[in-house]
Design a protein around this ligand. Sequence first.
Ligand SMILES: Nc1ncnc2c1ncn2[C@@H]1O[C@H](COP(=O)(O)OP(=O)(O)OP(=O)(O)O)[C@@H](O)[C@H]1O
Ligand SMILES: [Mg+2]
Length: 515
Amino acid sequence: MTEALSNKGTPAVRMVGIVKRFPGVVANAGIDLEVYAGEIHALLGENGAGKSTLMNILAGLYRPDEGEIYIHGHLVDIRSPRDAIELGIGMVHQHFMLVETLTVAENVILGLKEPRLVLDMDRVEQEIEELSRRYGLQVDPTAYIWQLSVGEQQRVEILKALYRGANILIMDEPTAVLTPQEAHELGRTLRRMAEEGKAIIFITHKLDEVAEFSDRVTVLRQGRVVATLPTEQTTREELARLMVGREVLFRLEKEPVEPGAVVLELRDVHALNDKGLPALRGVSLQIRAGEIVGIAGVAGNGQRELAEVVTGLRPVSSGRILVHGRDVTNCSPREVIQAGVSHIPGDRLGMGLVPNLPVSDNIILKDYRKAPLAQGPFLRKQAVIRFAQELIRRFRIDTPSPATPVRLLSGGNLQRCILAREITAGRGLLVAVHPTRGLDVGATEAVRRMLLEQRAQGAAILLISEDLEELLALSDRIVVLYEGQVMGTVSADEANIEAIGLMMAGSRVPAPEGV
Ligand SMILES: Nc1ncnc2c1ncn2[C@@H]1O[C@H](COP(=O)(O)OP(=O)(O)OP(=O)(O)O)[C@@H](O)[C@H]1O
Ligand SMILES: [Mg+2]
């Protein structure tokens, strides 16, 4: 890329003065962006800064209100995703767009101009295999989408773009849903594509990935470009400051809290996963008031099922679960909520929110039966609005109004809605699954601080995260899960990353005294 850039030449993508307004917001307020063939260009910015909007314009999903787009030097008018595809622009979205009941190969050819009958599926599958091999995107073309992990589904999205001949590839927060290993592999795949002369635009909130993957980085703030820099000439601190407009602390003060009574207790819990196979195999653990217990493990080792059994979303096949000493084993989610459990789910659009309801309703969903919001069976409209406004302010939810349907919010603001609801609902136990996934650095800092505040106020928190740094920063103890079993527990103060890594890979480390 350095070569491509030193010759400069014609950019593969040149966006000039792009403006996009939505009711109540200017998502893009005159953006200029140039991306060259052969480079990986990171696009960085706070939640709601306008990254997805800008890329959706390039991919033909939105029409800009103002501005021009040049592709390989030619002024173009991108009126639909089809126009974008014909110009060699492919996009992998923040929320995948695959058809679950079709196979990988069927999804790849879905929507192609050629009628499907003319296509020879064997040939298509072969071509997909060739592409997989060339870019290191391992996936079985005959598998059904519902059978695939999130990481594999993402590979399908990338293959779909490549199959259509994309030479400009946009990835909207591709690593938000990946394990660290998968993210690393994706980085290699993107590098290979760039070396072949493709232009890659890569949206992320993770500053380490900007450093690891990208050649240049453009930072957006409130719909404007604040800087475009060669990656090697900048630092994580500088990027964070550019993004948020202030210094961001990467270190959190974790005050000592004297743990209180046991809030959550699991006794020898067994449960099956969606495929009917054992996912939890005899998990026992306790969390006390004022304690954060982090669960570490490679994705797919029972973390999801653990969160689900505790929140009443998945039955246990044996064992007991107690909250505040009350047996909630196999209770319904509603009963579990009544027992005092809040939940920040990993899948925020799927189960966290009701997309068509306004922000206000979404952030009070769980509180609506309580005074002062409810008066008999009727909601007190004014009280609801006031409460919602207060939460919107406290959690800095970027929304035109409390009445905006939640589906129109940016990815990170969706997450803030859930957090606002669940953290304020705080009734003793909080189950937080990937609570900062998809959040910008400023919001990540804020959320982590809120979790520590909850802890200081005596909440018990079960924290599930794939981010070891996060687990270490927040947890009092870290429990490592491997194939549904507890491999060991370490206290976060003396946590030894190497020991945790070994346990994540399946070896048992004896717990030190007292934990
Ligand atoms: N279809 C839409 N209708 C109304 N407003 C929208 C729409 N799409 C985006 N917005 C608003 O435009 C602004 C920019 O949103 P965008 O999704 O581009 O942010 P982003 O930088 O991708 O954020 P994130 O990191 O949270 O994904 C936000 O205020 C968002 O609420
Ligand atoms: Mg986005």
